[in-house]
Design a protein around this ligand. Sequence first.
Ligand SMILES: O=c1ccn([C@@H]2O[C@H](COP(=O)(O)O)[C@@H](O)[C@H]2O)c(=O)[nH]1
Length: 238
Amino acid sequence: MSNDKIIVALDVPDTESAIALIDKLESVTFWKVGLELFTSSGPRILEVLKSRQKRIFLDLKFHDIPNTVAGACRAAAGYGVDLMTIHATSGRDALKAAKEAVEEGAAQAGVKPPKLIAVTVLTSISARQLALDLKIPSELPEYALDMALMAQEMGLDGAVCSPQEVAHLRQICGDDFVLVCPGVRPTWAEAGDQKRSLTPSQAIQAGADYLVIGRPITAAAEPELAWKRISQELTTVV
Ligand SMILES: O=c1ccn([C@@H]2O[C@H](COP(=O)(O)O)[C@@H](O)[C@H]2O)c(=O)[nH]1
């Protein structure tokens, strides 16, 4: 089991902290740039990663009307990243417009189009919160599946889901649909704000293509050791 299935979340406040971490964790091949770092650093951080031949998940989780998400996706696809996100709850029209815009933006920039994947239900939301706070009447696993199926129908390449739903989504959405799981926690790590977790080996065994792991590595006293422990755990997965 190769450790290129692990995407490390570069959730740090600025470019300098990001570079320090990238250089410390040399054997990480796939990094996620999210809202915090992209807001502070802008596209510069993507150039840093590309200059080191890293793969990039640009996780900006767009959520807006079709015209606005399409504009954002067109621009972001031009950066030459590998994966991008939109919230499935943007709706059918927005998902379709976003997918078309990704293809256009990449073609205009002369780069390979990134895979566009839809966030189903944030992994920080519990079943209770989905019902009581968000007033969604469906059971959480069914709702996550419905969001993934809508994204698939609109031509998206995959979905973000918690490790607890990934087996079900894999079974229904098929092997070609990219399934990316955050909310992954080794037994020795704190859950923090994640509500629907499994361990790295459980998540891969359940059918995840990629795991997104941040704080268990990046906030560890020794990030290299944490990364090694997780990589080692995955070598046991058959
Ligand atoms: O449902 C989602 C979607 C995205 N994320 C992102 O993944 C990482 C997880 O970081 P940890 O430190 O391992 O909790 C983070 O960047 C989130 O923005 C998610 O957690 N859940």
